[in-house]
Design a protein around this ligand. Structure first.
Ligand code: ATP
Ligand code: MG
Length: 449
């Protein structure tokens, strides 16, 4: 057994302590396992992602006993022995009964409970994830040398790699994520097995693949894991269009590097950035992005947000653009303008090109100044409404919208025009000209040709 590391600064948050001490006081063993322990031992801090809920607890208490011990619990996966214990601030602490995995089909394991922590650690995927610490006694268990691997910079499967990946192909993606996050070399046999196993990634559910991608995007430097996806053949099954983009490896790497320049808590912006090179044409780009996001079963809200970013990313504004141009851009990109600056900032941060950074900052200032003036940017901001237009004798129908759009274009050019008199006069003039939809205006409402 490896030497006991100095875990003195391993102070679990209060909510975790409540879970650990309650279980121990009732006579059970309670071990901190998994991500939080590994991340702390590695010395890497993840200010954004490693929330308190990431302290997973392993215990010999059976699920029904855990439910009995705590006033508020949620059955997260009783059949897998997992009960969520709700803390005072509603944080969910995952508490899982020691278990053995038996009989798997590469996606789901049939579970049996184990009697001790070592058996439980043996079913875990990588040595760095198979460590445990018992708060009550200070015991540290690391039967597979995870701590040593972590410090030597190695990702190694627990046990026989080929079997371990075949039990659950998600481990391929998890492995690449951890290797990227901690900058680990993948141990030779583990890597061989991992590369072989990528052929089966298509059997995973879209949700699990999506969650993996999102976790990568929430890591400090997603480029490393995504480049490993490329290198190991893990992109192909779920992201064929990205495989195509990755054809020119050097430029793909540069592109991935721009994701690192966007802050980790902006995962949707990073995702948008990742997908921008899908096509030059904005509409094509947007539909390609949407297809990918749909395939991964992203929520409609996420899809809308990311697709809008992907579509609006280019062309971007520059410091020499006129105010009118900037307002037109703001009108088109709507609330996404800040995210679009973040999306582009990733590239300049990575390239650390002072001129590009200067230009971006200058463009930001100009846009920000425009925004501070609260100019009218949408039809709804106009000083006259659709009802007013109807009052001028325009028949109900699409012409009303077209007329308002034309007025908005003029107001974007010159916000001073946004007063009811000017706009009403202009609307009358346009109606008389019949220039909006020519024949339609003359049609009246009778639908005749
Ligand atoms: P993070 O939360 O940062 O993604 P994690 O290691 O905590 O990393 P979780 O999915 O929270 O990942 O799982 C907690 C622990 O459960 C892991 O550390 C690992 O020991 C075990 N585990 C999770 N998923 C698997 C899997 N597919 N195969 C084997 N063990 C797993
Ligand atoms: Mg975790």
């Amino acid at each position: 057994m490896s030497a006991v590391p100095d875990l003195s600064d391993l102070t679990p948050p209060d909510g975790v302590l409540v879970v650990l001490s309650t279980l121990e006081s009732a006579g059970y063993e309670a071990w901190a396992v998994g991500g939080a322990l590994r991340d702390r031992i590695s010395g890497t801090t993840f200010p954004h992602r490693v929330a308190r809920s990431d302290w997973d607890v392993a215990t010999d208490a059976r699920p029904e006993e855990v439910i009995h011990l705590f006033p508020r619990t949620v059955p997260l996966g009783i059949e897998h022995g997992t009960v969520g214990v709700l803390g005072e601030d509603n944080t969910v602490y995952e508490t899982t009964t020691f278990r053995l995995d038996v009989e798997t089909d590469g996606r789901h394991a049939t579970v049996e409970f184990a009697d001790n922590i070592d058996d439980d650690l043996a079913r875990r995927d990588f040595t760095i994830n198979a460590m445990a610490w018992r708060w009550k006694t200070g015991e540290f268990r690391d039967p597979f040398g995870g701590r040593e691997d972590l410090h030597a910079g190695l990702l190694r499967a627990v046990g026989e790699p080929v079997e371990r990946f075949a039990e659950d192909y998600l481990r391929v993606l998890r492995g690449l994520r951890f290797a990227g996050r901690f900058d680990l070399e993948i141990e030779v046999e583990t890597k061989e097995a991992l590369v072989e196993a990528t052929a089966h990634l298509g059997t995973l559910s879209a949700e699990r693949v999506r969650e993996e991608l999102v976790k990568i995007l929430e890591d400090p430097c997603p480029s490393t894991a995504l480049d490993l996806y490329t290198e190991c053949g893990a992109l192909e099954p779920w992201f064929p269009e990205l495989t195509e983009m990755a054809g020119d490896r050097a430029s793909w790497r540069r592109h991935l590097g721009t994701l690192d320049g966007i802050r980790p808590h902006r995962a949707p912006v990073r995702l948008g950035r990742l997908l921008v090179p899908l096509a030059e044409d904005a509409d094509e780009r947007a539909s390609a992005a949407d297809r990918l996001l749909e395939r991964l079963k992203f929520s409609n809200a996420d899809r809308r947000r990311v697709v809008h970013l992907v579509r609006s990313a280019l062309p971007f504004v520059s410091p020499v653009d006129s105010s009118a141009h900037l307002r037109t851009w703001l009108s088109e990109v709507r609330g996404a303008w800040r995210d679009l600056f973040r999306l582009h900032a990733g590239a300049v941060r990575d390239a650390s090109d002072p001129r590009a950074t200067g230009a971006l900052v200058a463009a930001w200032r100009s846009v920000h100044d425009e925004v501070l003036d609260h100019p009218p940017l949408q039809v709804g901001d106009l000083a006259i409404s659709g009802t007013d237009v109807l009052g001028l004798g325009v028949p109900p129908g699409p012409v009303v919208g077209l007329l308002l759009e034309e007025l908005l274009a003029q107001v974007l050019e010159d916000p001073d025009r946004n007063d009811p008199h000017t706009l009403t006069d202009e609307a009358r003039r346009l109606i008389e000209l019949g220039s909006l939809a020519g024949p339609r205006l003359e049609d009246g409402g009778d639908g005749g040709g």
